[in-house]
Design a protein around this ligand. Structure first.
Ligand SMILES: NC(=O)c1ccc[n+]([C@@H]2O[C@H](COP(=O)([O-])OP(=O)(O)OC[C@H]3O[C@@H](n4cnc5c(N)ncnc54)[C@H](OP(=O)(O)O)[C@@H]3O)[C@@H](O)[C@H]2O)c1
Length: 292
């Protein structure tokens, strides 16, 4: 019997979860495309029944936000129906199921304070709507669930060619001497998957199931985040702030994405550190990994 199965094990969060599990000596298996495809419910169920994990963590998602606008069926298949099927198999196995949602569910007008788990979501894009549907379907399919809303993830797997976290996209663009325009009217809490992974494993241990907001603390705009990346890496690209309207993405993004982590802390998990400190630690680790 496997203790923990991490689906999407080659992704940003999946990679850091597997590292954190290995560091604790917990027996864990990571699976990713093409070895598992959560869109194939029958094959996925058979794989889970064979592995019989005590905990299933699903990081797989269809999260190319702008592409989702024209591919709603695919977005709902992977972000809503697939987690429902996973939750149902976990119920069969009496396994704990952890699944991920997003700050994007809060696309309406800012409410003047960080969003709590009790606030009413107002998704404004296909991606956000499919993720919110996934939350509801997981909740109604299996009691032993954790649904985690998080924001602005970056981790070392974002360096893969098919990865591409905001941090890595900025660094690559600066190395290529590109002119950079970054939105300065969307407020986010950039979150390191390294720190997030540790908090998630602590949360699973509480067995206090439910919906949680988990991010690094503090806030910034994407432009301010980019400026800090370049300050820490010592790069000096041509970087300019723009509005969301000027940038002109296909899908609408929330203006204010800050998630209140008080429920996490009340469950006994220490709050994550500031986004600046987490980013500095990431840049330092990245330097060591690139040199190694
Ligand atoms: N990234 C963010 O800023 C952010 C913000 C808020 C919430 N979230 C949520 O947090 C979770 C983890 O995000 P992340 O940044 O770690 O994502 P990620 O780096 O893209 O990792 C997801 C992994 O799942 C794999 N995958 C995709 N479709 C799959 C399928 N049908 N079956 C099995 N595996 C599949 C991906 O493979 P490929 O790379 O080959 O597609 C990838 O390796 C997601 O649910 C995401 O929606 C992310």
């Amino acid at each position: 019997m496997t203790e923990v199965l991490v689906i999407g094990g080659k992704g940003q969060l999946g990679t850091d979860l597997l590292r954190a599990l290995a560091a604790r000596g917990t027996e864990a298996v990571g699976l990713d495309l093409p070895d598992i495809d959560v869109g194939d419910a029958a094959r996925t169920r058979a794989q889970l029944l064979e592995l019989r994990p005590a905990v299933v963590i699903n990081t797989a998602a269809y999260h190319l936000v702008d592409l989702c606008e024209d591919h709603a069926a695919e977005a709902f298949a992977i972000n809503a129906e697939a987690p429902r099927q996973l939750a149902k198999v976990c119920r069969e196995l009496d396994a704990v199921f952890m699944h991920f949602s997003t700050d994007f569910v809060f696309g309406g007008a800012p409410c003047g304070r960080p969003w709590t788990e009790g606030d009413r979501p107002e998704p404004q894009s296909v991606y956000a709507t499919s993720k919110l549907a996934g939350e509801h379907l997981v909740r109604e399919s299996h009691d032993k669930h954790f649904v985690i809303r998080t924001c602005g993830l970056y981790g070392s797997a974002g360096r893969r060619p098919q990865g591409g976290s905001f941090v890595e996209i900025m660094i690559r663009a600066a190395e290529a001497k590109k002119k950079l325009t970054v939105v300065n009217d969307q407020t986010v809490a950039p979150t390191s998957t390294f720190e997030l992974a540790a908090a998630l494993l602590a949360l699973i241990e509480t067995r206090a199931y439910g919906l949680y907001h988990v991010t690094n603390s503090g806030e910034c705009t994407w432009f301010e985040f980019a400026r800090e990346i370049f300050r820490l890496t010592g790069m000096t690209p041509d970087l300019r702030p723009v509005t969301s309207a000027e940038y002109g993405s296909k899908a609408k993004r929330p203006r204010y994405s800050i998630l209140d982590n008080a429920k996490l802390v009340a469950a006994g998990v220490p709050a994550l550190g500031s986004w600046q400190q987490a980013l500095a630690a990431y840049v330092a680790r990245r330097g060591q990994e690139v040199r190694a």
